[in-house]
Structure formats: C-alpha cells, structure tokens
Design a protein around this ligand. Structure first.
Ligand code: ATP
Length: 374
C-alpha cells in the first residue's frame, strides 16, 4: 500500500456489523469509519444499540455479520484483553477492596509487567488524572468524580489505541460533569488517542465530539460534525432528537428558484429556502430552531430580515422562562399550535421581555427554516 493510501485509511473500520439477541436485532448492518485521534460520540435513545456496538469493538460480543478492522486488520480473532482497545464502563467497575493505586495497576500486573515499570506507569497515570495524594484510598473514600478518574486512569493504563467510554459521566452531577467533559477533551488531545464515547445526552456529544454518529433502532442515521448535525439534520426525527426545534408538517405547494411554499395546517403557508437539503417529496416538515424565532409586538421592522421572505405568526405568549443568558417563550397560535422562541438577554435591563397573555408576532425568515422529508 502506498503511504498516501495508508494515511487515508481509517484507524477503525466497521463494515456491515450486525448483532441480534434472539429475534431482536440490536445492531443492524452498521458501517462506520473512525480516524486516528478522533473524538467520536455515539448518540441515540435508550436501547438503540450503542452499548452493544461498543461491546463488539471491545470484543465482549461477537458480531453475527460484518467485520471490524483496526489498522486494516480484522480483529475478530483477537481476544478482548489482547486488543489495543479498552472500555471504561458506565458504573466504573472499580474493585472496592483495592486502593486507587492497585485498581490502576490491576491490568498491568495481570499482563506481567515488571514491578518497577508498573510503579512508574501508575505514578504517571495518577498525575494525569490529578489524583496525587489519594493513591492509598479505597473507592468508597472517594467522591464520584474521583472514582471516575480512577476508572479512566485504569482504562488508560495499558495505553490502548482506542478508548471506549460508555456513558462515562452519567453518575456525576451537572457541574462536575461539565468540568470532567473539559478534562476528558484535554486529556484526549494531549494523548492523541482515539476516543469513542456513548451518550444519550446530546449536549455532551456536541460539546466533546469531533463527529457524532446518531443511532436509531440499531442503525446509524447520520454521521456529522456537531454543527452540521444541529444545522442540517438529515431527517425530522434527527432534528427533534438533537436540540430543541419547532416542527410544522405540511405539503409543498409551490417551488421557485430554491424557494418553497409549504402549506401547513398549524402555521398556514410558510416560505422556506431549500438551502440545506433539497427535498424531492411533497409531504415535508418545516423545522425552525427556537433561537431563530424572534418575537415582536407588531412584527419585524421594515429593515429586519433583509430581502428575504418573512414568515409571521400571530399568537399569544403562554409561557415565559428566564434562564439568565436567554429567555424562552411559548407562543400559542390561533390553530392551537405552540411555537417556542429563545431570545438572548443582551440588554442590561430586560426591557424587551414579553409577558404571558401578551399578543405578539413570532417571525422568522425563509432561510431560518429547514425543510425535511418526513
Ligand atoms: P442505553 O442507552 O439504555 O444503555 P443502548 O443504546 O446502549 O441503550 P444496548 O445496551 O446496546 O442499547 O441494547 C440494545 C438492545 O439490545 C436493547 O433493547 C437491549 O435490551 C438489547 N440487549 C442488549 N444486550 C442484550 C443481551 N445480552 N441479551 C438480550 N438483549 C440484549
């Protein structure tokens, strides 16, 4: 193979992998390439097969179909503990009777590494995850965040090429989860390792990952960088799953120069640009993120929205939530449908806030909308 071809080759190639439990297909002919040094997140609802996929990569489950190649080689014959792949479990699986040091050293001892070398490696790992001074403690003498770091150090001990993390932050509270996210990202960059993380928390996936693979019912339904996934979801389901969104189902009634008119029962006719994803079907959904929906008392000023077509929806504010940086509103339209809007609180005093019961115009431009096939 030429050097260029070798450089292009993904570190991990998953080819048509399937796994069933009885009649239930947990992973359904899934293919995916992951590059060396990538931070990849698998995102999907509970039961969609994320953990099963990780377990096949780690070697704890055998695929019924398909192949997994690591550095171009099929890893089917390689036993789990011989794979350069390690998995950090959701519950950390620390040994309660062993100290921090012995928990971290466990795999190294089992692999027959020399005592002195183990001591050096453990000291490095303890420093890496900032647990200096706690080497002698047992897991029950540590906080949740510290236990998580011991588990992380232990899973890094044998210097795997790929680290699989199954919901690594699920047991931590919000603040600790956010700081640990940042630490994990920093660590991954510093080590240049490939991380594959499983999560059902879309914000976590967006924060941490270079790319996100969205799974539904055993299949990968979209693989994209966080921004592209959010701005250009491939389907109505993905749009609703990744972030908050307003959706109006309707029918394309006219189409001209990339501008569609979609007739919806809930919001009337909507002007939509076909900017992101050209649609071929007539039955579509129009999707607008809440932060693209602006509220005003009488509608947009004449200079707002530029030369674009503007959609105006009259309604009544039914809910106001002040969240610090933004305020979120729910506006009930005449059809009974509810539109959500999220507006930044940039003014020093919140003079533009709307009150529940107030009549408003919710507006957005044709380019603010996505049109998605159902
Ligand atoms: P969660 O986010 O809840 O952990 P997940 O996406 O990781 O979900 P998996 O754990 O991969 O989902 O499970 C996928 C499906 O396969 C589930 O419906 C689960 O019940 C089923 N499953 C997983 N392991 C087994 C097993 N050993 N025997 C039978 N069914 C299983």
């Amino acid at each position: 193979m030429s050097e260029a071809a070798a450089l292009d080759m993904p570190l991990l190639r998953i080819e048509g992998v399937a796994k069933s439990f009885g009649n239930f297909r947990a992973v359904d002919r899934l293919s995916l390439d992951i590059r060396a040094g990538e931070f990849f997140a698998l995102l999907g609802p509970s039961g969609c097969g994320k953990t099963t996929l990780l377990r096949m990569l780690a070697g704890f489950e055998t695929p019924d179909e398909g192949r997994i190649l690591l550095g171009g080689k099929d890893i089917a014959p390689v036993l789990p503990h011989e794979r350069p792949v390690n998995m950090m479990f959701q519950n950390y699986a620390l040994f309660p009777h062993l100290s921090v040091r012995d928990n971290i050293a466990f795999g190294l001892k089992r692999a027959g590494m020399a005592r002195a070398e183990i001591a050096t490696r453990v000291a490095e790992l303890v420093a890496l995850v900032k647990l200096e001074g706690m080497e002698k403690r047992k897991p029950d003498q540590l906080s949740g965040g510290q236990r998580q770091r011991v588990a992380l150090a232990r899973s890094l001990a044998r210097r795997p090429q790929v680290l699989l993390l199954d919901e690594p932050l699920a047991a931590l509270d919000k603040k600790l989860r956010e700081s640990t996210q940042a630490e994990l990202m920093e660590l991954q960059r510093r080590l240049g390792m490939t991380f594959i993380i499983v999560t059902h928390d879309q914000e976590e996936a967006m924060t941490m990952a270079d790319r996100i693979g969205v799974m539904d019912a055993g299949r990968l339904v979209q693989v994209a960088a966080p921004r592209n996934l959010y701005e250009a979801p491939a389907s109505r389901w993905i749009a609703g799953f990744v972030g908050d969104i307003n959706l109006f189902d309707g029918q394309v009634v006219s189409r001209e120069h990339g501008r569609l008119t979609v007739s919806t029962s809930e919001a009337g006719p909507l002007a939509v640009s076909e900017l992101w994803s050209p649609v071929t079907k007539e039955i579509v959904s129009v999707a607008i993120r809440p932060e693209k929906v602006k509220l005003s008392r009488r509608g947009p000023a004449s200079d707002e929205g530029g030369s674009q077509a503007i959609n105006r929806l009259d309604g009544v504010v039914i809910d106001v939530n002040y969240l610090g940086g933004v305020t979120t509103y729910k506006v009930k339209l005449e059809s009974g449908a509810v539109v959500r809007s999220s507006m930044a609180n940039t003014a020093r005093l919140n003079v533009d806030a709307y009150l529940a019961g107030q009549r408003v115009v919710a507006w957005f431009t044709a380019d603010d909308c996505l049109v998605l096939e159902q």
